[in-house]
Design a protein around this ligand. Structure first.
Ligand code: TXA
Ligand code: MG
Length: 342
């Protein structure tokens, strides 16, 4: 795929018209082509991936990328992930020495983002990379995301399709709740099956750093590469390695209380299997997984948080959850959601 050309510009009057309301597109081949055209013309299109819904723009078009930051209210120092349809397209944008290549071949397409040094003449614009000399790349497996990438023919930069700092969207309705009327279109697909954002690994030479845990676990990475996976520094909010790791992220309006054994007055409750905080009322409780299954809990987490938040409780208490495997990613998101909003 050739990523050198830049997008044609949409006439201003057409753009104004397109931005008055957000088009609901189905995931038929015709409407995916329409979505790709909108992207090539500099528009913003939300689309489903296997992790969460993304808010896409043509990564080679700085004006389009600027609109992502504005629509989300996202600080421009926080770079975006560039989505591409296959490993070869990723190799044309970033440097992939042996270890990075091994990871790409093992886990792509799939819920993994690799941060690698940029290749000279990288087609993804500076603004999308927040001026860094590295780039975050992902090859999603989702059929709609794949079809959109093929049709667009450009790298699609896409953060999660929520207002900055809010809970990531796993349903089309979540995207519309946050961004209706602000973005050009949305491909109305099914629920995002994994429900947590991709695992992010920074790969520098022989060194792997876990920047964000996700469905591809540390154990999976060690098994595939034989290399240790280092943890990013805990004070990482300020680290140049991962500018987006703000302590407060993915936050509901209600205050979260973790590892709760009982429910306090006015609190809603997130339970896990048989671990149900004492005093939980059915109307104010969601169970992440009746069967104590972490995959199911990950898929339900953001939807359940949004549902409980909509009930306007004084807070949300969360039962203790396992912290190994996918539990590491769930704990990471809950800890950020519980952090004071800054
Ligand atoms: O599953 C996902 O990854 C979803 C879907 C849409 O692909 N996307 C997503 O994007 O979660 P976003 O923007 O919400 O999170 C991307 C994270 C941010 O924390 C950002 O700081 C980090 O990736 N990032 C992007 N480029 C980076 C770079 N060059 N170095 C370090 N971190 C980077
Ligand atoms: Mg996000």
């Amino acid at each position: 795929m050739n990523y050198e050309s830049t997008s044609p510009k949409l006439a201003q009057s057409q753009r104004d018209k397109a931005r008055m309301s957000t088009k609901r597109l189905s995931v038929s081949a015709d409407e995916i082509t329409q979505a790709a055209t909108l992207l090539r013309e500099g528009g913003l299109v939300a689309f489903p991936t296997e992790t969460v819904y993304g808010l896409g723009a043509d990564g080679t078009n700085p004006a389009a990328v600027a609109k992502i930051y504005a629509a989300k209210g996202r600080p421009t120092f926080n770079p975006l992930i560039a989505h591409v349809p296959n490993v070869d397209a990723a190799f044309s944008l970033g440097e992939f020495p042996t270890l990075a290549r091994k990871l790409a071949m093992a886990f792509w397409p799939g819920p993994l983002t690799l941060v690698v040094p940029i290749k000279q003449n990288c087609a993804v614009c500076d603004l999308a990379r927040a001026g860094l000399m590295s780039i975050a790349l992902r090859v999603p497996a989702h059929t709609v995301a794949q079809a959109l990438l093929q049709a667009a023919g450009c790298p699609i930069v896409a953060p999660s399709a929520n207002r900055s700092g809010h809970i990531s969207p796993t349903l089309a309705s979540h995207v519309l709740h946050d961004l209706d009327g602000v973005i050009d279109a949305i491909l109305m697909g099914d629920d995002a099956t994994i429900g947590l954002e991709s695992t992010i690994l920074a790969v520098m030479g022989d060194h792997i750093t876990l920047l964000r845990p996700g469905a591809i676990t540390r154990e999976d990475v060690v098994k595939a590469t034989g290399h240790p996976v280092h943890l990013a520094d805990a004070r990482d909010g300020a680290s140049p390695l991962s500018p987006g790791r703000l302590a407060s992220h993915y936050a509901p309006h209600a205050r979260l209380r973790l590892n709760a054994t009982h429910v306090e007055a006015g609190e809603a409750c997130l339970a896990f299997g048989d671990t149900i905080p004492e005093g939980a009322s059915p109307a104010l409780t969601r169970n992440l997984s009746q069967k104590s299954n972490l995959t199911e809990a990950a898929a339900n987490l953001y939807r359940n948080l949004r549902e409980l938040d909509a009930l306007n409780p004084t807070g949300i208490c969360v039962a203790p959850l396992p912290e190994t495997g996918l539990g590491e990613a769930i704990k990471d998101r809950l800890t950020r959601a519980a952090a004071p909003n800054i």
